[in-house]
Design a protein around this ligand. Structure first.
Ligand code: AMP
Length: 397
């Protein structure tokens, strides 16, 4: 196999038009929905996937099996794709830089490098005056012991790298528990973050094009269960001032990062109505899945458009929308395959998405349900009723 792909992207300002071949690194549901959006626009879309039969590989026009850290696989992937994006932030920066010398890669390695490490992300937020919870770095026992005197108690210790859905983080309520918490996180570099007594959590999905123009969707209100997103509702019922400020801050973060692509900013909303950034994800987000049905252009189509240098699409919602996740837990509650007939019967207006995952582990995102309704709380209620039918459908009336 040749490792000498010398072709540089022809011009960073030249649009990549259908039926060009696009590639995504990572093959979960976000990669799957990116591919589906690209295919709808007439692109040929493929994936770099560690294994076959993944959610993205199932729908892709082409698949290269391998990891981004394996040069032959990366090279084969670059041979196939004219423009490349990612479905998650933890792609190694050297691999992205290698690709970027040969192909159009968006977002760029710098955006990913910042967002894949909480220490760098917090420094970025601080440097750009984007509000966030008080924090200190924890890279040594001395820094660990000093943390409570700087940010108070309780605090949350979070690993700087590789944390998601609440993994790699521990709530610490008293000083005597600090050391044990850090040991259980492997004594790796962490951030200690002040506990935020928030009234709610919202997120804003932004799309920024190669001309620096950016658009964003209305903020979504997110509810978590066991640190995993359970439901999203947009527009978030947080009042116009908070909603507007969330959009302003999310756009400011995207501009400061100079990212090209989709970027999601997650916020805590304090009871005083203050917004604090919790996390930045340089990609479409679970809370933006409802844009597939609720907006003229979904977050995945925006990812395609930004990658290809096309004009971005409209982000106004047709009407309020709610999304609930379908986790693997449903299979356990149902004692096997959930009752799909009951779910389809429960609400003909609901949109059911399944990601094609074969093993329903607890906490694993297997699909989601979206409902549009003029009344936001009714939208949530209807989406939840569809989910309940998946389990209740098996029970005798
Ligand atoms: P994260 O992985 O940082 O997004 O955290 C997952 C979830 O843990 C968040 O959505 C919050 O519900 C909770 N959480 C994280 N950090 C804090 C904090 N500093 N204060 C309160 N809750 C938090």
């Amino acid at each position: 196999m040749s490792l000498s792909i010398g072709l540089a992207p022809a011009s960073r300002n030249e649009a990549v038009l259908p039926p060009a071949s696009l590639g995504v690194i990572g093959s979960g549901q976000l990669g799957r929905m990116f591919i589906q959006a690209a295919q709808r626009l007439g692109y040929c879309a493929g994936v770099l996937s560690e294994t076959a039969e993944t959610p993205a590989a199932q729908v892709a026009h082409w698949t290269v099996i391998g990891s981004a850290d394996h040069l032959p696989a990366l090279s084969a992937f670059a041979e196939q794709a004219r423009a490349i994006t990612v479905e998650f932030e933890n792609v190694s920066a050297p691999a992205l830089r290698w690709l970027a010398r040969r192909r159009l890669v968006r977002p760029g390695w710098r955006t990913l490098w910042i967002s894949q490490n909480r220490l760098r992300e917090k420094l970025f937020l601080a440097r750009h005056d984007i509000p966030h919870a008080p924090w200190v770095p924890v890279r040594s026992q001395t820094e660990l012991e000093r943390a409570p005197s700087v940010i108070g108690m309780p605090l949350i210790l979070k690993t700087a790298a590789s944390g998601y859905d609440g993994k790699g983080q521990i709530l610490v309520n008293k000083g005597s528990a600090l050391s044990a918490a850090w040991v259980s996180l492997g004594c790796t570099p962490c951030v200690a973050e002040a506990w935020v007594d928030f009234a709610g959590e919202v997120s804003v999905v932004v799309a920024r094009g190669c001309d620096g123009q950016a658009v964003c969707y209305p903020a979504a209100l997110n509810r978590h269960e066991r640190h995993i997103l359970d439901s999203s509702l947009a527009p978030a019922p947080v009042g116009p001032i908070v909603a507007q400020e969330a959009r302003r801050l999310a756009l400011a973060a995207a501009q400061a990062l100079e990212t090209i692509g989709v970027l999601t900013v997650e916020f805590f909303v304090t009871s005083a109505g203050r917004l604090l950034v919790n996390e930045i994800a340089p990609r479409p987000h679970n809370s933006g899945h409802l844009t597939i049905e609720a907006a003229p252009t979904s977050q995945f189509e925006q990812q395609v458009r930004a990658l290809c240098g096309l004009a971005l699409g409209q982000t106004d919602l047709f009407m309020p929308a709610a999304m609930v996740n379908l986790l693997g837990d449903l299979w356990w509650s149902a004692g096997g395959e959930p009752c799909w007939e009951a779910a389809f019967r429960a609400d003909p207006g609901a949109s059911i998405h399944l990601y094609g995952k074969r093993t329903p582990e607890k906490g694993r995102k297997m699909g989601h349900v979206t409902v549009l309704d003029p009344d936001p709380e009714t939208a949530v209620w209807r989406a939840m009723a569809v989910r309940s039918a998946l389990v209740a459908g098996h029970q005798p009336p």
